[in-house]
Design a protein around this ligand. Structure first.
Ligand code: 5GP
Length: 216
C-alpha cells in the first residue's frame, strides 16, 4: 500500500475444518502467499501441547479467566470443543480490521455461526479432507494424542463435516499446493470486488472518469 492509498477496512474470514483436515498448515502457507492477512490468536482453557507457545498458538487461560471474559462481553464468539472453551477476543480483531488487515478466525462451526450473526459480511471457508481414510491417517500421523482421543476426534470430524453447507466456500485439501492456491484465490477475488476497488484504485478510477459526464 502506498502512502496515498486510502485505507480499506480489512475483511473478516472464518476458516473451519474437522481436526486433521490440514487447516493450520494450509493457513500458514496462505500467509506466505497473500499480504496483509493475519490469523487471530484465540483464547482457550485447553492445556498447551508440547510444541505450543502461549500468545502465539493460543492465549492459554484458566476457566475462571475465560468465563470472566464472556461475562464482560470481551468475546466475539466462543464455544466448547472437546471439553475445553475456545473464544475470539473482539478488541484485537477490530483493531486489525481497522488497520486494513484481513483477519482469519480459525474456529469451529459453532463459533462460525455466532460470527456470521454478528458480522454478516464475514466470508466463511470450510476445508474438507479428501477422504475418510486420509483423515484417519492424518489424525494418527500427528502422534500427539491418545487412541481414545483419536477415536473421538474421528467421530467429531465426521459430524463437523456435515456443517460445510453453512459456509460460503468449500476447499478440498487433496493436493496441498492446489488447496493453498484455492484459498489465495478467495482472498484475491474479494479484494477485486468493485466496492473495494473503488477505494483501493480511487486515483485510477478518478483519472479515467474525469472527463465522463455519465450515462443512463
Ligand atoms: P485444537 O485444540 O486442536 O487446537 O482446536 C480444536 C478445535 O477448536 C478446532 O476445530 C479449532 O478450529 C477450534 N477453535 C480454535 N480456536 C477457536 C476459537 O477461538 N473459537 C472457536 N469457536 N473454536 C476454536
Amino acid at each position: 500500500m502506498t502512502a496515498n492509498t486510502p485505507a480499506v477496512r480489512g475483511t473478516l474470514y472464518i476458516v473451519s475444518a474437522p481436526s486433521g483436515a490440514g487447516k493450520t498448515s494450509l493457513v500458514a502457507a496462505l500467509l506466505e502467499s497473500v499480504t496483509a492477512v493475519e490469523v487471530s490468536v484465540s483464547h482457550t482453557t485447553r492445556t498447551p501441547r508440547a510444541s505450543e507457545v502461549d500468545g502465539q498458538h493460543y492465549h492459554f487461560v484458566s476457566a475462571e479467566t475465560f468465563l470472566g471474559m464472556i461475562e464482560d462481553g470481551q468475546l466475539l464468539e466462543h464455544a466448547k470443543v472437546f471439553d475445553n472453551f475456545y473464544g475470539t477476543a473482539l478488541a484485537s480483531v477490530d483493531e486489525r480490521l481497522d488497520a486494513g488487515v484481513d483477519v482469519i478466525l480459525e474456529i469451529d462451526w459453532q463459533g462460525a455461526r455466532q460470527v456470521r450473526a454478528a458480522v454478516p459480511d464475514a466470508h466463511s471457508i470450510f476445508i474438507l479432507p479428501p477422504s475418510r481414510d486420509e483423515l484417519e491417517r492424518r489424525l494418527r500421523g500427528r502422534g500427539q494424542d491418545e487412541e481414545d482421543v483419536i477415536q473421538r476426534r474421528l467421530r467429531d470430524a465426521e459430524s463437523d463435516c456435515t456443517h460445510f453447507r453453512e459456509y460460503d466456500y468449500t476447499v478440498v485439501n487433496a493436493d496441498f499446493d492446489q488447496a493453498v492456491r484455492d484459498l489465495a484465490c478467495i482472498f484475491r477475488a474479494n479484494r477485486l470486488r468493485t466496492v473495494e476497488q473503488e477505494i483501493r484504485s480511487a486515483s485510477t478510477i478518478g483519472n479515467l472518469l474525469a472527463g465522463a459526464h455519465g450515462s443512463a
